[in-house]
Design a binder for this molecule. Structure first.
Ligand code: KG4
Ligand code: ZN
Length: 337
């Protein structure tokens, strides 16, 4: 069975053809990074306009690279939540139009579950496991029992982990996307040069929650000490110290959640899962099986959407054409009254 996946939730315009939830025939990812770089962040209006321009050619390229005629597609799977609403609407509307024209089923896919599915494209992974989903918009620690079933144990109470990387990079002019730039710069820095604060969140059911706004603000304020400019050495040291703290905050909570839930397998996903220190740190934990997707499948891509779409289709979870885009999914974000 061949699934066409479409992903446009943020600033990557992507289409993929995946066979039987596993075999990637094509995975075209067109990044808008050059258009957002001058702003050190994704500009929603620019993102949705670029998706409108690119979505048709990207889908065509995915089909031709896969060597599959459009009529040979069995199902159209598309990300419908969460994400930037304008961006989501472009992919979803395109997918609806295509599915309707072809007379093929439409499957709405949750972007968060798709990220967690990404490593399943590359190897056999048994459930249950502890899912650690870290991206620009989300930070989720969850027990995952099935491709469509997860229990959120902890989330961020403020900024997402990737957002903190992006904002720190923006203030110091390090680059965009911030995570990639900070990861690279950190290679030359001393991660113990600066001591940044770590939040202490240890209340009852919110025990596995994390917080990044305090760390982000502390790192940003550090710039005041360098009123005549930050030297290259200090910049690298700040990047490395921030990165170590941000990752340690996450890993400490993830390890506690795995231990307390009797889960000996951790599966990571999302853009921040590409972080070299996070990968090193988790891999060095003894007694744990730690699985990361390859770098290309960490960040947004349509193969993970098509892959999960296959399983949802097998479950009979076909979507209605009234399916609408949703910017937020409340369970993925903790909101305090
Ligand atoms: O999953 P993703 O492509 O898009 C969202 O769903 O948000 O994640 C993008 C995020 C950005 O915040 C980016 O800075 C971060 O992932 N990121 C990284 C690295 N590569 C991308 N963060 C830390 N280290 C990296 N190597
Ligand atoms: Zn994502």
């Amino acid at each position: 069975m061949r699934i066409l996946g479409i992903e446009s939730s943020c600033d990557e315009c992507s289409a993929a053809v995946v066979e039987d939830g596993r075999r990637i025939l094509s995975n075209i990812v067109l990044s808008q990074v050059d258009f957002h770089k001058p702003f050190y962040g994704v500009v929603p209006e620019i993102a949705s306009r670029k998706h409108i321009e690119w979505i048709g050619p990207v889908v065509q390229q995915a089909l031709s690279e896969a060597g599959v005629a459009v009529d040979d597609i069995d199902v159209v799977a598309v990300t419908f939540r969460p994400g930037l609403i304008g961006s989501l609407l472009v992919g979803l509307s395109f997918a609806k139009g295509l599915a309707w024209a072809l007379g093929k089923p439409l499957i709405g896919v949750d972007h968060i579950l798709a990220h967690l599915y990404a490593p399943h494209l590359e190897r056999e992974i048994r459930y249950p496991y502890l899912g650690v989903l870290v991206s620009g918009g989300h930070t989720i620690i969850a027990r995952v029992d099935r491709h469509d079933r997860m229990q959120v144990l902890g989330t961020t109470i403020d900024d997402a982990c990737g957002e903190a990387f992006d904002k720190v990079a923006k203030y110091y002019g390090i680059g965009f996307p911030g995570g990639v730039a900070i990861d690279k710069l950190s290679q030359t820095g001393n991660s113990r040069a600066f001591r940044f604060p770590r939040p202490v969140l240890n209340k009852g059911e919110a025990f596995y929650d994390v917080s990044y706004s305090g760390l982000k603000t502390a790192v940003i304020h550090q710039i005041d000490q360098f009123w005549d400019g930050v030297s290259e050495k200090n910049l690298a040291n700040i990047a490395a110290s921030f990165q170590r703290t941000a990752v340690d905050i996450l890993v400490d909570k993830a390890l506690a959640a795995a231990r307390d839930s009797d889960l000996s397998r951790i599966v990571a996903g999302g853009g921040v899962a590409a972080n070299s220190y996070l990968r090193r740190r988790l891999a060095s934990e003894e007694g744990l099986e730690v699985i990361f997707p390859s770098l290309a499948l960490c960040t947004d891509n349509a193969a993970m959407v098509a892959g999960l779409g296959y399983h949802l289709f097998c479950d009979g979870a076909v979507s209605d054409f009234s399916l609408n885009a949703e910017a937020r999914v409340p369970v993925f974000k903790r909101s305090y009254p």
